[in-house]
Design a binder for this molecule. Sequence first.
Ligand code: MN
Length: 212
Amino acid sequence: MSKIETSNSSTVRGAASPHVLPALPYAENALDPVITAKTMSFHYGKHHKGYVDNLNKLIAGTEYADLSLEKIITSTVGQPEKTAIFNNAAQTWNHTFYWNSMRAKGGGEPPAALKQKIEASFASVDACKKELASAAVSQFGSGWAWLILEGGKLKVVKTANADAPLKSIKPLLAIDVWEHAYYLDYQNRRADYVNAVLDKLINWEFALQNAS
Ligand code: MN
């Protein structure tokens, strides 16, 4: 996307920004009632959009303005003075990955090729789901639970705040456990939200694509 150079750029900066909020891979009410349209409208339309808008404002006119999202994330991680850019870039990436980690009528049996990989790394699909749920529920405060591929093995990890397991690791699935992901629908019952996502929405096909 081309950038617009102006002398008084503050009003047109949004139009010139290189990062766009990706369309949801389904309708806002597609995951209802597990995740309601109301939650989706805030989570996608306010939170995810907010991360993209903030990122564009933060990087305008900086060395990061022309970098890909992944490059911004890997070049700002662990640098205290770049925390705001890292947080908004990582949250932009994480949310797009999270929307794709779910689908209407998801859950159920993983495709055979993925099931084989899951069974080679965990005792069973159920054991894998239990470990994911346990990571998601036990993450203290805001963060994410992930199914990842590392060194040919599937593993479950959790990260705090905006952190994502991107360094030499392939994420396969993400579950958002920030309160904004579930509070309107489940209030304090994070475990109910996590188990409903795993049983009814999790997108094993997306995990398989990422593992291939
Ligand atoms: Mn979120």
